[in-house]
Design a protein around this ligand. Structure first.
Ligand code: F0G
Length: 461
């Protein structure tokens, strides 16, 4: 028997109150935060869709495991447990624990990078790109053509362009390629999945030219869900088997466990090659911690061990993917333009299409982020010209390719009625949309300006 309603496959044992605010209060809070929700206090937020990273609710099994944790400096049993779980999942022999994803990235890419090196990816996540560029190397994104069209339907819009991959390897010379990185799912491209076929094609090219191949696997369980349900030949495999098959293709994986590890902090680097692992371990010990804990407490390692198993449970993954899609599909039917199909961890709204009257240099994405907070207390993030815009020599804005707003859904945190409320907030926003004006930046730092920039709202003319 199958049902239309997908229920949350858990019941609530402990609750964290949400502070319910009024619109009048939010007007003041947002003004005090200079119209930048990164500067809001979380207690001023009703529904926090800023990120799905580190915001998961942990299970009673995870909390129980944390009580059993061993905090020994060297060789703790919590480390051995985590190492065994990751070895089993990835099939790699060398596991380096780190405090989060970017620490693993820094170790691996500073070691393989440097001036003259090139990394190629379906899309490098910001911290991946930043770590590569900080080493002096170059990071090139080659998503498939379909990924560049927000509304175009495609089952695996996260795929890497394999033709471009081979051309780039030939252009730069295989010896200059620091690595090929497959980000699953492709976060910056809308949380879109990568097919096993595509992962295999990329592997063949890497093998042919003897180029290292890595997986940024922080949402690999969500990616496995799509493969099982969208790619022929995987119907009868388990989600974990699918992930294992993908890991087997690569030379290593970098994971921010703050996503599909279902924990609040943690990550790892997992490698096939002993020599590379030994070299990275030296960096790990200098900057993160001893090899049997890296940047992690025993408690965190226990929580990751359990989380990495729970995340592959069919009822969990079905709830996870379907509940994100539910929100996206409802908004889409209401006429909210968004990246389609809906990705696994977030709904990405096309703010430029929504606020057609707001020019890009008045930041339509930031205007929407402000409206969502004012009308409904929802915190979201702009992924557009505030985040990625640059200036030319005359300080004229070179806009980002898209003006998006990301609603990232924390795992196991919100219920269906929270989601219904978010949908209702959008109904209100749709009604008043033509009255909304953009924003201007009044203060900004030189790097990563979206975190701390200050804005003013523009008045009606
Ligand atoms: N790779 C991907 C694909 C990510 O989405 C992230 C983080 C990282 C690497 C870095 O991991 O935060 O543990 O250092 N993404 C978060 C987000 C921040 O909101 O999408 P980290």
């Amino acid at each position: 028997m199958s049902f239309k309603t997908i229920i949350e496959p858990f019941k609530i044992k402990e609750v964290e109150p949400i502070s319910v605010t009024s619109e009048e209060e939010r007007v003041q809070y947002l003004k005090d935060a200079h119209y930048n929700p990164f500067m809001l206090k979380s207690e001023q937020v009703l529904i926090d869709f800023l990120t799905d990273s580190g915001t998961s609710a942990m299970s009673s099994r995870q909390w129980a495991a944390m009580m059993e944790a061993d905090e020994a400096y060297a060789g703790s049993k919590s480390w051995h447990r985590m190492e065994a779980v990751i070895k089993d999942l990835t099939g790699y022999n060398y596991i380096l624990p780190t405090h989060q994803g970017r620490a693993a990235e820094r170790i691996l890419y500073s070691h393989l990078g440097g001036k003259g090196k090139v990394f190629i990816s379906n899309t490098h996540f910001d911290t991946t790109r930043a770590n590569i560029e900080f080493s002096g190397a170059e990071a090139i994104d080659i998503p498939i053509e379909e990924a560049k069209h927000p509304m175009l339907d495609h089952p695996f819009k996260g795929n890497i362009d394999t033709k471009a991959l081979e051309e780039l390897i030939l252009k730069y010379g295989a010896e200059n390629i620091g690595g090929v990185i497959l980000t699953v799912t492709n976060n910056s491209g809308g949380g879109q999945p990568v097919s096993m076929f595509n992962a295999k094609e990329a592997q063949k090219i890497c093998q042919k030219y003897k180029v290292r191949y890595f997986i940024d696997c922080c949402r690999i369980a969500e990616n496995a869900y799509y493969i099982k349900h969208r790619e022929a030949g995987y119907e009868n495999k388990s989600y974990k088997q699918i992930a294992q098959e993908m890991f087997a293709l690569a030379d290593g994986g970098v994971m921010s466990a703050k996503k599909d590890g279902l924990v609040n902090m943690g990550g790892f680097l997992a490698l096939k090659d002993k020599k590379l692992a030994d070299e990275c371990t030296n960096l790990l010990i200098i900057t993160e911690g001893f090899a049997t804990y890296g940047g992690l407490s025993g408690r965190s390692m226990e929580a990751i061990s359990v989380g990495l198993e729970e995340v592959f449970e069919p009822a969990y993954l079905q709830y996870r993917i379907r509940s994100t899609a539910y929100l996206g599909e409802k908004l889409y039917k209401m006429g909210v333009p968004l990246i389609y199909p809906i990705g696994g961890h977030a709904v990405y709204i096309d703010a430029k299409a929504f606020y057609q009257h707001i020019p890009v240099n008045e930041y339509p994405g930031q205007a929407m982020v402000c409206e969502l907070y004012l009308k409904g207390g929802i915190r979201s993030v702009e992924i557009g010209s505030v985040m990625f815009g640059k200036y030319d020599k005359e300080r004229k804005l070179i806009p980002a390719p898209n003006e998006l707003v990301r609603l990232a859904i924390p795992r196991r945190v919100y219920t269906q009625s929270h989601i219904e409320y978010v949908i209702e907030v959008f109904e209100k926003i749709l009604i008043g949309k033509d009255e909304v004006r953009g924003v201007k930046i009044v203060e900004e730092p030189e790097f990563l300006r979206h975190f701390t920039a200050k804005f003013e709202r523009l008045n009606k003319t």
